[in-house]
Structures are given as structure tokens and as C-alpha cells.
Design a protein around this ligand. Sequence first.
Ligand code: SF4
Ligand code: SF4
Length: 322
Amino acid sequence: MSGLNKFLSRLLKNKQGESLYSKNKKSQPSRNVAYIELSNVCNAKCIFCPYPQIAESDKNLQNMSAEGFAASLNKAVELGYSRLGFTPTTGELFANKRWAEHIATALRHDKIKSLYYYSNAILLTDENIEKILALPNPQKIEKFCFSVGGSDAATYKKMFAVDKFEVVQRNINSLCEKLKKAGSTLKINCELRLPKHDKTTKRTAEKIFNRAGYANFHANIVKIFDPIGGLINENDLDYLPEITDKATPCYRLNDIRFDANGNVWMCGCVVSERPGESSLRIGSLADTNERIEQKRQAVFAHWRMREIPSACQPCRLYKAAM
Ligand code: SF4
Ligand code: SF4
């Protein structure tokens, strides 16, 4: 599941995002989330996501290696991050078969305070559900989020462009049932991406994906999308308005992202990684922390001189840092 989905939901119901940022800002003025991309391979072709175009580009599609994960986690901690996001910009977390092992390592790390991820739930098999139930230190898990393309097979096929509605419906219901049985308090968010005329409600979503009535299940509806600098142009979708005033640097520049290929980026947003776009890439795992920090500061300094990175110029997910 892409970072795009996470951004859209944060933007639309951004009270939570704002409060998290404010809280972090007090204790850590320049750090928010460190994204670790365990896979940039996806098993869907959502109409609101640039993954189909990215898959056809020269981007190296792969799972992050175990060494890459260890180095990314180390660097994130050394650079002062204590909150991790395992949502790829584009890609599906469960495509990496070692996902649970890596997340367990992060949960055991004494400098990591919290983490979360988004998945499309296509690979939320019983085996993966058992792995979720077995994760250590579950109190550090903020939430696990699942994005689905509507509440029926036809809408799902239209939005995700694969025939997986029944699979996803079964998987999420099974997860809820098993969490309820285990007496878990793990927060599960289920976000429905819908075309503009779809009237599905949260109540309907709860009935369809949480038949067991798991108490910590929350449904959300997302019906506004970012056109990703012109890459997405579907008549059935509603879009965010353009933003012209970007005088202050975007708050997402306080994030850092370790991609599956060993590159380091500012911002975990898919807009930053359109084919041919690299203005927010600030180095690689081989670079020193000082070098990465210098490049990071340079992006802020240029922005304050009105030189906005090309990735950010068309981005409608922009939000001014406070
Ligand atoms: S699940 Fe959809 S939104 Fe997420 S990366 Fe795959 S194609 Fe993009
Ligand atoms: S404006 Fe730039 S930093 Fe902010 S979300 Fe968009 S791409 Fe990321």
C-alpha cells in the first residue's frame, strides 16, 4: 500500500496528523517519521496511484535486503528518529516475506517508540495474521492500516484494477476475528478508497470487513485524491485543490525515507518519487549522517529562498510546517 493513501487520509482527517506533529515538534523540533520501505513491489494497479507507470519505468523493483534493513534502522535511530512507518511510497509490505522479522526487530529496539504501516491486505493470509499476533512489544504499534477499493467486487476492481475483493474481505474479517479471540487491543484502520459518486458509509464498511465486531476496528472513507503532478487523470475521481502559497517549507520534509534500493529521501510521499523526479533524494545508505544532514538542511535553506524542490511544486499534499 502506498504512502499516497496514508497522506490522503492524514490530509482529510488531519486532526490526528496535526496533533502527532505538534507533539513531536515539542520534543523533537526537526524529526517526525522515518519510513523504511521493505518492498517497492506491488500486487495491485490502483487507478489513483502512479505504481503502474513506475513499474514500467527503469526503477529497480525489489524487496529491501536484510542488510539494507539493518542499515536503515541504524541510520534512522542515529539521525534521531524514534517513530517508524513501514508504508512504502508504492509497494506492498507483505511482498517482503521477512516483513514480520524486521518489524519485530524494530519493536524490540529500545530507541524505537512507535511504528505503523499500510497494506492492501491482499497478502494478509492466515500465516501473516499469525505473525501479526506474535509481534513483540505490541504496545509500540500505533495502528495497522489496510486500504481497500470499496465495499463490493465491482468497485474494488475499478479502483484497484485487480480481482481481489473477496480475498481482501476474507483476510480483514479473519484478522478481526482472530484479534478479538486473542483479546488484542491492536488498532486496525480500514480505509475505503472510493470513486466520487460512491455513497458507501463507514457503517457499511464495518459490516463488510469486521463481521466479528472487533472493538478496535475503525473504518474511514477516502474520496479525494492527489493527481500526482498530472500522472493521475481519472474522470471518476475527485481531486484535491491546487495549492499556490507554499512560502513555508512543507512539514513532511521532517520525515526521512529509506527506500528498498538503498537511497535516502526527505518525505515519504509518492509525489516525491514520480518517474524522473529526484529533487528530494538526499543520499544513500553509504553516505555519512553528516552528509545526509547537510543535504537535508540545504533543501530547507533553498525553500526559504523561494527555491521549492520540483517534487513539491505541483504537490497538493503540501502542508506548511509550523
Ligand atoms: S496498493 Fe495501490 S496504492 Fe498501494 S502501491 Fe499498490 S497500486 Fe499503489
Ligand atoms: S510538498 Fe513536498 S515534502 Fe510536502 S508532501 Fe509534497 S512532496 Fe512531500
